[in-house]
Structures are given as C-alpha cells and as structure tokens.
Write a protein that binds this ligand. Sequence first.
Ligand code: HEC
Length: 185
Amino acid sequence: MSKRVIASSYTMMSASLRSRGRRFRTVAAAALLGSLALNGAVVAAEPVGPDLTEKLRGLLAKEMIEIETAMKATYSAIIQGRHHEVEQKGQAIHDSFILAQSLTKQDRQDLKTAVPEEFLKMDTHFHQLAAALAEAGKQQNTQAQAETFNRMTESCVACHSQYVTDRFDGLKEQSVPQAWGHATE
Ligand code: HEC
C-alpha cells in the first residue's frame, strides 16, 4: 500500500471515529501509528494546538518563534565557525523549551493531559539535541554542529508534520521517517 493511500485511509478512519470518545480515537490512532512504524514512516496524528489551554498555546507559540530565531542565528554561526555562539544558542534553545521552563504545576498537568505521550517523547528528543548542539559548540566541533543542526531540523519537521497539520498544511501528507522524531540508538 502506498503511503498516500495509508494517509487517506487514516483520515477516513479518524473521521468515522470522530463522533466517538477521544480516548478511543487516541487508542486507535496509537495502534495505527504503531503498525505504520513498521514502514518506517508515519502520518499526521491529531493537531495538539486546539487542545491546549489558551495560556499554554500562547506560551508554546512564543517559544517556537524564539526557537526559530535561535536556529537561524545558529546556522550563521556554524557556517562561519563562531563556536561560542553555537554553544550559547544551543543552550538557550535547551533552556527555553516549554517543558523545561517554570510552568505552574497546573500548567504542566494541563499540558500532559492535552498532548499524547508521543508528543512528549518528541519533545524530549528535541531537548536532547539542543544539549548536543551546545556541547558541539563547546567542543569547537564543526562537523558535529552541522550534523546536530540537521537532526534538529528533522525533529521540527517530525513534530510539526504530526501535530501541527492544522497550521502547516504543506506538511500534512509528507512521508517523514520515524527516526526524525526520536533518538536512534
Ligand atoms: C515536540 C513538538 C515540536 C517540536 C520538536 C517543534 N515544534 Fe514548533 N510547534 C509545535 C506546535 C504544537 C506548534 C503549534 C502551536 C499552535 O498550535 O499554536 C508549533 C509551531 C511552531 C511555529 C509557529 C509559531 C507561531 O505561532 O507563529 C514555529 C515558527 C515553530 N513551531 C518552529 C519550530 C522549530 C524551528 C523547531 C525545531 C528547531 C520546532 N518548532 C520544533 C511543536 C513542535
């Protein structure tokens, strides 16, 4: 079965399940994603944004814009050998990310109930990559910086193509390798 066929049959399936409870839908989607993992590619899950509280969604959007700005600066720093800046930006991305910042206990709870486990795993992976980028900056290792930067870009795409398809339409039908969202050991 081609990936496009899988994607559209998933859309139909999720539409037909829409009337039932969210829990059931989530379980069905998880089972489906599990089976698709065998193909090494995944298709979009439900967007998470609409399920967040207004406060959390606002915070997340702000974080994302800051991360994008930091990524652009990092790109310039890598290709011009400004190692210290790579280290600083990597650290800033790591520290500023939503799950690491000082949300109230309630916010944290709200977030964890609103998003699927898989989203949190992608978040953790992204977080680890930012730490690796800072380390590569510190080590003045340009090769590691470039590789980590690429993996971070893959991680943005992996999460957005699964969980932000309501806003990033062009990522909806993309076939994204599963490894892009996760640590590969
Ligand atoms: C674990 C998931 C995840 C990862 C990883 C991730 N994002 Fe996002 N991103 C989101 C979500 C969710 C939204 C949409 C929030 C909403 O619905 O308002 C978003 C939205 C954005 C936006 C739009 C912000 C706005 O409201 O204008 C930008 C820009 C962005 N991300 C950049 C990045 C970049 C750059 C990376 C990687 C370096 C990245 N994101 C990694 C989940 C993620």
